[in-house]
Design a protein around this ligand. Structure first.
Ligand SMILES: [Zn+2]
Length: 191
């Protein structure tokens, strides 16, 4: 079994254990229907499982020699902190800024050229991660790499730096009119 497959299987198992990987019939925020839904806070409320995944990110990132770890609020704060703990680094987070985007507040500072590992929980469109990368550059740091727990982007989010996910989930979703679960009258959960 390849290392990649082991990582993905271990991640899926941890998510199921935490009750974060739900199977059924869901209406997503986009209005589309899907047979699988990831409720990341079922994972993030469990330190042992969250820690196990953050350790995978730390093990991947170590050889890149990051100097700081940063994530977006809300879930990214937890991921950043846990990954930084494994690497013995500072953990900072970027919050919504007035006028859009994100910025480092609360006195968080990045030294000129400091190498920053950007992390988040679930990647969908990549907007939050891009905002953090922009905030790193604005603060004078160097975006080194991006790592997330779950990549739901279908491989479409490119950041121009090395990228890692504990699990890539390419989940099918359907317009309600074409949904096979609707066809089978499976009860619908609105997420
Ligand atoms: Zn449906």
């Amino acid at each position: 079994m390849s290392g990649r497959r082991q990582t993905e299987e271990a991640t899926a198992r941890l998510l199921r254990e935490a009750g974060a990987l739900l199977e059924g019939h869901f209406q997503l925020a986009s209005g589309r229907h899907s047979g699988v839904y990831v409720e990341k806070f079922r994972l993030l409320e469990r330190p042992p499982q969250t820690d196990a995944l953050c350790r995978m990110i730390a093990d991947w990132a170590r050889e890149l020699s990051p100097q700081v770890v940063a994530g977006p609020t809300t879930g990214g704060v937890i991921i950043s902190y846990e990954v930084a703990r494994h690497l013995g680094l500072r953990s900072i987070f970027a919050e919504n800024a007035e006028g859009g985007g994100r910025s480092f507040q609360r006195g968080f500072a990045i030294a000129p050229g400091e190498r920053v590992l950007v992390v988040d929980d679930v990647l969908t469109t990549g907007g939050s991660v891009r905002d953090v990368l922009d905030a790193v550059r604005a603060a004078g740091g160097e975006p080194l790499a991006v790592a997330v727990l779950i990549d739901r982007s279908g491989g479409k989010a490119g950041f121009g730096v090395p990228f890692f996910s504990c699990l890539a989930l390419d989940l099918p979703s359907y317009e309600p009119a074409d949904c096979p679960l609707c066809e089978q009258d499976v009860p619908l959960t609105i997420t």
